[in-house]
Design a binder for this molecule. Structure first.
Ligand code: PMP
Length: 420
């Protein structure tokens, strides 16, 4: 039924065998923990398999050193591993090479890097930046505030009732004064898979750059920056089996060359005098100070782990669970799911149950060991448009099973009946 051996993979994630229910103050001690964990909050963060934990531990145990500065062997080993992690990311997303991959803390920092380094320098009154109504705050707040500082207009592509981008509206909004089109690839609230290539074609016709927020797509499906024809793309390591504290920005080499640094300091310079400084080559020009070395090593290990499974098979598994969850939740009755139909979405479902607040629902589900997210999922303006303050969101990864979706649906049924 599954495109790979899910049970075998689950063995790499000891946390998935955990039981929950005890007092969070006694975390890890197991006191009162007697309910099997059903972890369906993967869009917030995914779990970390043993090979990735081992790679990070091995770095600290065997070759922990600062990068780029030492002649000694440990520093050389750390530098090679850290630099090769950039190569692994480049290859994973179809970039030309490491010079196009800047390591950041996360997607949010990657977005801010471009907004500050490129946006503040290039935008001004008369220019515009085009986003969509379904942007995550990481992009929405960033460009909104850069718009205020530069005088550039920030525009939002409408979302249709079915949760898709209104492409006619996009074609109206994107004009010769558009400098940047920044759109989420897979919506973390609606599950919509947006037609980034189509948007890129429209944007490039008007000489605008395109930035894809790939926080939900790179972990869950094959992503190729050449095929998407994007100028920038960002994602976070912690949503794809990697550690927290590491993310990546892809940028076309010619654009990154033109951009001035975002942060100044050590590691990003070539020559410094009291009067002036020159910059290191790409991508190091954008990586000031001691970087997240262990996390970079962990991200490379995570990519190797995902590639061993196969991104197309991970996508197929996500599709299977999303469609099943969509159908089963719909069949319950009294459940409203946001976004496109079950057979045409990423691996998540955000929904509300009639008469039950999303936070109450999440709390009841927690009693059943089912971990989901409740809130606005960092898309407050989109929730305003939908007309709800909050929603519940179940999000899947390759280690989730049909039985876990059943556990979700059973718990939602109990909650609905409790409030009926
Ligand atoms: N964009 C999208 C679509 C996301 O789902 C998230 C994470 N919720 C982000 C951006 C921000 O990611 P991070 O918090 O890792 O910077």
């Amino acid at each position: 039924q599954y495109p790979f051996d899910v049970e075998a993979l689950r063995a790499d994630f000891p946390v998935l065998d955990r039981k929950v229910g005890g007092d969070p103050e006694t975390a890890g001690e197991g006191e009162g923990d007697d309910t099997p964990l059903v972890y369906l909050d993967n869009a917030a963060t995914s779990h970390t398999p043993d090979p990735v934990v081992d790679a990070i531990a091995d770095y600290y145990r065997s070759y922990n050193a600062n990068v780029h500065r030492g002649i000694h062997q440990l520093s050389q080993e750390a530098s090679v591993a850290y630099e090769e992690a950039h190569d692994a990311v480049a290859e994973f997303i179809g970039a030309a090479g490491r010079e196009e991959i800047v390591f950041t803390k996360n997607t949010t920092e990657a977005m801010n890097l471009v907004a500050y380094a490129w946006g503040l320098a290039e935008l001004g009154p008369g220019d515009n930046v085009v986003l969509s109504e379904m942007e995550h705050h990481a992009s929405l707040v960033t460009w909104q505030q850069i718009g205020k500082r530069t005088g550039a207009d920030v525009r939002f592509i409408d979302v249709t009732d079915e949760g898709r981008l209104d492409m006619d509206h996009a074609a109206e909004l994107i004009d010769d004064d558009t400098e940047m089109v920044s759109v989420v690839h897979v919506s973390n609230t609606l599950g919509t898979v947006n037609p980034i290539r189509e948007l890129a074609d429209v944007a490039h016709d008007h000489d605008a750059y395109v930035f894809a927020d790939a926080a939900q797509s790179v972990p869950t499906r094959p992503v190729d920056v050449e095929a998407l024809d994007v100028d920038f793309l960002a994602f976070s390591g912690h949503k794809m089996c990697g550690p927290t504290g590491i993310g990546a920005l892809y940028g076309r080499e010619a654009i990154l060359e033109e951009m001035q640094p975002y942060l100044y300091g050590g590691d990003m310079i070539r020559r410094v005098s009291f009067e002036d400084s020159t910059w290191e080559d790409l991508p190091w020009k954008f990586e000031a100070g001691t970087p997240s070395i262990a996390q970079g090593v962990g991200l490379a290990a995570a990519i190797e782990y995902l590639e061993d499974i196969g991104m197309d098979r991970i996508e197929a598994h996500e599709d299977l669970l999303a469609e099943y969850a969509y159908d089963e939740l719909t069949a319950l009755g009294g459940v409203e799911i946001y976004g496109p139909p079950g057979d045409d979405r990423g691996g998540l479902v955000a929904f509300n149950v009639e008469g039950v607040h999303a936070h109450d629902l999440s709390s009841i589900l927690n009693d059943y060991g089912v971990a989901i997210r409740a809130g606005d999922h960092c898309t407050q303006p989109l929730h305003d448009e939908i007309g709800v303050a909050a929603s519940a969101r179940a999000s899947f990864y390759f280690y989730n099973t049909v039985e876990e979706v059943d556990a979700l649906v059973d718990a939602v049924r109990e909650a609905r009946d409790l409030f009926a």
